[in-house]
Design a protein around this ligand. Structure first.
Ligand SMILES: [Zn+2]
Length: 193
């Protein structure tokens, strides 16, 4: 966490999976927090009921980033890649994509497009970021870009993959949880910025 940043309202606790039947209704209401314990979802429900979810989020993430174009997104991504994954093949394209549903594939989408060039099959590395990240705090954009960059080396969401995510963004897991709160706000209340 950066110096001066507000302390997280929630601290993500691992292994708090709860899939019992009586949680079904709650999980439907908080679709971005499906799988979290009743303790966590209950706290979020309370914040929503007290109309305080936005306030809590704004305290931690006061403003949205300024990366609004695909060109700016590409430059931002390449800079992170050069810093942490210099040896991976170059990125051919990085874009905001309005067709990406953020729930799909754990919030992002990485594509390997195969192109036939003569007799050789060439893999083309593209990163597509859900358009919801266009208006979002810098921390969330950085987190999702870290996620997609980690896929350059690890296709699956395994332990090595998450280690890479944390290598690029040390606060990765907390930010993913905060992002879920943010998406809950967008879904149930509306835009934050
Ligand atoms: Zn992924």
């Amino acid at each position: 966490m950066k110096k001066g940043a507000a302390a997280p309202f929630f601290v993500l606790v691992y292994g708090q999976m709860n899939t019992s039947g009586k949680d079904q209704k709650r999980m439907q209401e908080l679709k971005y927090l499906a799988g979290y314990s009743e303790q966590v979802t209950g706290q979020v429900q309370r914040l929503i009921a007290e109309q305080r979810l936005g306030e809590v989020l704004l305290k931690r993430f006061p403003s949205a980033h300024e990366i609004k174009t695909d060109k700016a997104l590409y430059d931002f991504t390449v800079e992170l890649k050069n810093q942490f994954l210099r040896k991976t093949p170059p990125l051919s394209k990085v874009v905001f994509d309005s067709k990406i549903n953020v729930i799909h594939h754990a919030l992002g989408l990485h594509t390997f497009i195969s192109r036939v060039q003569g007799s050789k099959l060439k893999a083309k590395n593209e990163i597509r970021i859900g358009v919801v990240f266009k208006t979002a705090p810098m921390e969330f954009l950085r987190m999702i870009v870290a996620h997609e960059l980690a896929h350059l080396k690890e296709k699956d969401h395994n332990k090595a993959f998450y280690s890479l995510c944390e290598h690029i963004e040390p606060d990765y897991h907390q930010l993913e949880f905060d992002l879920r709160l943010y998406l809950t706000h967008l879904d149930l209340i509306g835009p934050l910025y």
